[in-house]
Design a binder for this molecule. Structure first.
Ligand code: UD1
Ligand code: UDP
Length: 374
């Protein structure tokens, strides 16, 4: 039987990072279908990326939003119920999940549970985890739980780097299951930059072309749902603005917008809030910035690949390669540490090698799957 792939995604970064594999499937005429969990639902967090990255309409849309951060079991469970129906009906040979969200956990658990019924249903469903082997070693993060589970359930682990492969193997995952493929963010980034050519840049729209600026993103549960940490981060940013006399552009995640409102925290005018951007515009903002300040995983990778220094507003990272090459520094949330990290990254040379591959990750991933599922 010919290989049939299923892509499960639901959030902004999953759409972006799955897009190169989906596009390659179309190019190579590999049968596939897609399931959007509905985890991200605002236009600027989901639909915008499907349109911009020229992806087909999801074949199934579950419309499953999170009710509250402390109801992650409910969120994951509701997704699993609907995913199971679809997977039993569609019978894909491989289910692909990407990253570390609740959508990933739901997809991974559902596909693996179905595979245990193989002897009496004949369903031989495999699970592939794209971006495997990442660890922050901080189990207070929902993402860490999700990525550990996905790695240990997967039949195929697509590790972005050698280091990620070693981590998975050190935890007892069979070596033969793990392939180093680079990160599909590089494929997506190349595509995004290409799509942006000839289009009016967001920098001119925002009047940023002539002057230096910094870019800020924030959305992690441990940062934005915690009033004290959020305030400390903003204090740190204010210090940087005061010292370096540069504006900060802040495309704001809806979670952060909601929390700032609920906490009654006001953002000073030197931090310029804009709506979440499309991928092309965001890459332009990132590439043009003197410095990225962020708690995002994807921003750590992209800024590294674009040659832009990054200050990570977290206590840990699952992307240590960015720190090792000198592109990133883990600043925590103490205002003084954030300001010192920015000083350091602004004064150092921007000369490092991108550790996430050449932009052929989608091809490499499909090669492994095709070889094994003829
Ligand atoms: C999720 C992922 C996180 C990932 C991030 C990417 C989990 C546990 N978290 O975090 O790993 O880095 O996506 O951005 O899976 N909201 C909207 N509109 C949307 C989406 C969210 O208003 O389109 C608001 C809602 O109030 C929602 C809240 O943001 O309750 C949190 O959304 P959720 O998907 O649970 O987590 P993210 O913070 O987006
Ligand atoms: N991104 C975007 N617009 C924005 C902010 C981010 O297109 O306003 C993209 C960014 O280029 C990166 C991805 O979203 O590829 C990162 O997503 P996010 O920070 O939400 O999640 P994480 O990577 O932390 O899981």
């Amino acid at each position: 039987m010919k290989m049939k792939l299923c892509f499960v995604f639901g959030t902004r970064p999953e759409i972006i990072k799955m897009s190169p594999i989906i596009r390659k499937c179309i190019e190579n005429k590999i049968p596939f279908f897609t399931i959007h969990s509905g985890q991200h639902y605002s236009h600027k967090m989901s639909r915008l990326f499907i349109d911009e990255l020229q992806l087909p309409e999801p074949d199934h849309h579950l419309d499953i939003k999170s009710k509250a951060p402390h109801r992650q079991g409910d969120h994951t469970g509701r997704m699993m119920i609907e995913l199971e129906e679809i997977l039993l009906d569609e019978r894909p040979s491989v289910v692909l999940v990407q990253g570390d969200t609740n959508t990933v956990l739901a997809g991974a658990l559902t596909a693996s549970k179905i595979s245990t019924t193989k002897s009496f249903t004949g369903l031989n469903m495999k699970l592939a985890h794209v971006e495997a082997g990442l660890r922050s070693y901080d189990r207070t993060m929902p993402e860490e739980i999700n990525r550990i589970m996905a790695d240990h359930l997967a039949d195929y682990l697509f590790a972005p780097t050698r280091n990620a492969k070693d981590i998975a193997i050190s935890e007892g995952v069979k070596r033969s299951k793990v392939s180093v493929t680079g990160n599909t963010i590089i494929d997506a980034l190349n595509h995004g930059l290409e799509l942006g050519k000839g289009k009016k840049s967001i920098l001119s729209k925002l009047g940023l072309k002539e002057n230096p600026y910094m870019l800020l993103t924030l959305h992690r549960q441990e940062n934005v749902d915690d009033r004290g940490r959020l305030q400390k981060i903003l204090q740190g940013i204010r210090r940087i603005v005061k010292k370096h006399k540069m504006p900060v552009v802040f495309p704001m995640h809806p979670r952060t917008a909601k929390k700032l409102k609920a906490f009654g925290i006001k953002i000073p005018p030197s931090i310029r809030i804009i709506k979440p951007c499309g991928f092309i515009a965001f890459l332009q903002l990132e590439a043009g910035a003197c410095l990225a300040l962020s708690d995002s995983g994807g921003v750590q990778e992209e800024s590294c690949a674009l040659g832009v220094p990054c200050v990570t507003l977290r206590d840990s990272t699952e992307r240590p390669e960015t720190v090792e090459v000198g592109a990133n520094i883990i600043a925590g949330v103490d205002p003084e540490s954030i300001a010192a990290a920015a000083d350091k990254m602004l004064s150092e040379k921007r000369k490092w090698k991108n550790p996430f591959g050449r932009g052929d990750s989608a091809e490499r991933i499909l090669k492994v799957l095709e070889k094994d599922n003829k």
